[in-house]
Design a binder for this molecule. Structure first.
Ligand code: ATP
Length: 558
């Protein structure tokens, strides 16, 4: 029989922390939390690798909060006690929000400040002058504050975390991090958290950790097939569009879905293509202002949108920026790339909640990128599905992923998604039509329009919405970008075009802009059709095999 898992209340945690954990609805620690929290409370340095979505943030945040609460029982001067380094602004905001939730019952005693983005260094100075107990930031921003003496850590710092440690070097933070270490005291406790172990993590380990305990939890870096089902389908460019149209319009994919593409242009191409069929989607990329990105993610988590098209540009561009502002020249495969945010990371560490499906419209170019993308679904104990479209030029990347994920097992974790493409031939004509309408010019215009729109939104997000929080919910990021190309007849599917095997199973007309005016979900309630996504009822799964449980969905080869 498996050993009983150590419970939160058996870890000697402060009651206020236990109450916050209970308020979050966490009935027991995840595996990494069970192992890491007691060791961290003993004062050990930790190197922890656990799969994506396994609760690593709380694994270091809980012991940090506990230590701060315990030390505040004796009178102490207010000072910065913990520093959490993150590679991206999105992650910074998310870590701050997690710590705020965990300190909801002791917010006066444990104060946290995220300095990773938004305001400039001088605007953030007053926040740091108040000496929050925990500071969260990207290495370059933290270093800038240390140099400006807005932040002084050499006598106060007790705990240092490097979250998503595998990304810190690849985001160009190596020299910042090394410089930053000169400003820290000789002794402090360190945690390195990572979903993957690579040479960079090894280098960081040597730099930061002292006699660490290494926690390498699951052998696999992704959940197993009982929680995460992974499929691939080989298809070339036109078929990718045809297939995505079919999956979304016929609702063969249900629940919240992240569509990953390899470049910003591709994300607008896909959005413009889908909007002709009245399939609303938000675009997320590094050109958008950080306020808009964070607002979009937060609305997605609240159930306002079903589909995000994210460009995972770190796979293409490996930017490097140092606190001095100097950028190393990097290769970009995108023509006309606009000013990108070097601290953007959508597939890395962002906690998109209750994502039912990740679809790699373009296959990622590295194994790590595959793991981080697919890790946006099947988080905590939730189920999820990943489907990758693979063109012949992407086959070698697929092979690498398969090799890396299968480990010692003979069987690949990625199964073929067997789909009768010939059954959806009827849609090809309208798809071609829609693809033709998305010209380079249309993409360029859409990209500019969206950036302008989001810059305005972002200004409003900074000021107007602080005074008018109710209006915040009305701000949407999935509006049509090119209404001129939309032809009304494309929105509906005539019955005769629906594959015979799917008539009665799908109801395409009902998919029209259902969520346009959704009311904001109550806090803590995730509004989504995710719940519909039970095994046997998800057509994405049942459409695959004729022998599947759902006998009605016979549209696939056996
Ligand atoms: N003990 C728990 N019980 C239930 N849910 C939890 C628990 N701990 C964390 N979670 C939830 O699990 C989700 C994933 O957590 P988190 O973002 O910390 O994962 P992660 O391991 O850092 O993932 P990644 O490597 O992708 O960044 C979050 O929504 C979080 O609220």
């Amino acid at each position: 029989m498996a050993a009983e898992r150590l419970q939160f209340h058996e870890m000697g945690l402060d009651d206020r922390l236990l109450k916050a954990v209970a308020d979050l609805g966490w009935s027991q620690p995840t595996l990494i939390q069970e192992k890491a929290i007691p060791l961290a409370l003993e004062g050990k340095d930790l190197l922890a690798r656990a799969r994506t979505g396994s609760g690593k943030t709380a694994a270091y945040a809980i012991p940090i909060i506990q230590r701060i609460l315990a030390s505040k029982q004796s009178v102490r001067v207010q000072d910065v006690r913990a520093l959490i380094l993150v590679p991206t602004k999105e992650l910074g905001q998310q870590v701050q929000s997690m710590i705020r939730q965990l300190t909801s019952c002791c917010s006066r005693d444990v104060r946290v400040a995220d300095i990773s983005g938004k305001a400039d260094v001088s605007t953030q100075r007053p926040i740091l002058m108040e000496k929050p107990d925990v500071v969260v930031g990207t290495p370059s921003r933290v270093l800038a504050h240390l140099k400006a003496q807005n932040l002084v850590l050499h006598s106060s710092l007790e705990m240092l975390v490097v979250d998503e440690a595998d990304l810190v070097f690849s985001f160009g933070f190596e020299s910042d991090l090394k410089n930053l270490l000169c400003h820290l005291p000789k002794i402090y406790q360190s945690f390195l958290m990572s979903a993957t172990f690579n040479e960079d993590v090894q280098a960081l380990k040597e730099l930061l950790l002292h006699n660490p305990v290494t926690l390498k939890l699951q052998g696999s870096q992704l959940p197993d097939s009982s929680q995460l089902q992974q499929y691939t389908i080989k298809c070339e460019e036109e078929d990718k569009f045809l297939l995505i149209y079919t999956l979304l319009k016929l609702q063969l994919v249900q629940g919240k879905t992240l569509l990953f593409v390899g470049a910003v242009d591709r994300s607008y191409r896909l959005k413009l293509f889908l909007e002709q069929f009245a399939i609303p989607a938000c675009v997320l990329n590094s050109e958008l202002p950080v306020q808009s990105r964070c607002h979009l993610i937060s609305q997605f988590n609240q159930g306002f949108y079903d589909i995000i098209i994210a460009s995972d540009e770190q796979t293409l561009v490996q930017p490097a920026v140092s606190s001095s502002g100097k950028e190393k020249k990097q290769k970009s495969s995108e023509k006309g790339a606009k000013a990108k945010d070097k601290e953007y990371g959508v597939s890395r560490g962002v906690d998109f909640q209750n994502v039912a499906n990740v679809i790699n419209f373009d296959f990622p170019t590295s194994v790590d990128s595959y793991i981080h993308r697919v890790g946006r679904t099947a988080r905590a104990d939730n189920p999820g599905t990943a489907l990758s479209f693979v063109a012949h030029t992407e086959l070698s990347a697929l092979e690498e992923v398969e090799e890396s994920l299968c480990g010692d097992k003979a069987e690949s974790a990625l199964k073929p998604y067997e789909f009768r493409m010939e059954e959806i031939e009827g849609f090809r004509y309208r798809c071609r039509d829609a693809m033709r309408a998305v010209t380079k010019q249309a993409v360029r215009e859409a990209r500019l329009k969206e950036i302008k729109q989001e810059l305005l939104n972002s200004e409003k997000l900074k000021t107007y919405f602080e005074d008018n929080p109710r209006d915040l919910q009305l701000l949407r990021h999935d509006k049509d970008l090119h209404p001129a190309v939309i032809k009304p007849h494309m929105k509906n599917i005539p019955d005769y075009l629906i594959p015979e095997t799917l008539r009665g199973v799908v109801n395409p007309l009902s998919s029209r802009r259902r969520k346009r005016r959704i009311k904001p979900a109550a806090e803590g309630v995730v509004k989504s059709s995710f719940k519909k996504n039970v095994p046997g009822r998800n057509p994405l799964k049942s459409f695959r095999f004729t022998g599947s449980r759902n006998k009605k969905a016979k549209g696939a080869k056996s």
